[in-house]
Design a protein around this ligand. Structure first.
Ligand code: SF4
Ligand code: SF4
Length: 85
């Protein structure tokens, strides 16, 4: 079962894989995620999500997925950032 705060939630939590460690909840810079009574993460404030992907990167159990990724920067801009411009 996948839990989400709304049908348009940018982040999905796969509840059967979530062990309720709370890492994603603690690391989310926008406080989008909260613990359900069973400790598992739920998407409480989907509208505040910036799609930074921190939760997906930090979850040790691959239980969080950011389904609406941010658009990649154009190649020219990526090179400029890499060069510090
Ligand atoms: S980091 Fe992963 S396992 Fe831990 S609470 Fe979040 S979704 Fe669940
Ligand atoms: S993508 Fe970023 S802002 Fe959205 S829930 Fe995950 S950590 Fe929070």
């Amino acid at each position: 079962m996948i839990s989400a705060g709304s049908p348009e939630a940018p982040v999905l939590v796969r509840r059967e894989w979530c062990k309720g460690c709370g890492i994603c909840i603690a690391m989310c810079p926008k406080k989008v995620l909260e613990a359900a009574p069973d400790g598992k993460a739920v998407v409480a404030r989907p509208d505040d999500c910036t799609r930074c992907e921190t939760c997906e990167i930090m979850c040790p159990d691959f239980a969080v997925r950011v389904v609406a990724k941010r658009a990649a920067a154009p190649a020219g801009r990526r090179e400029a950032v890499a060069d510090g411009r």
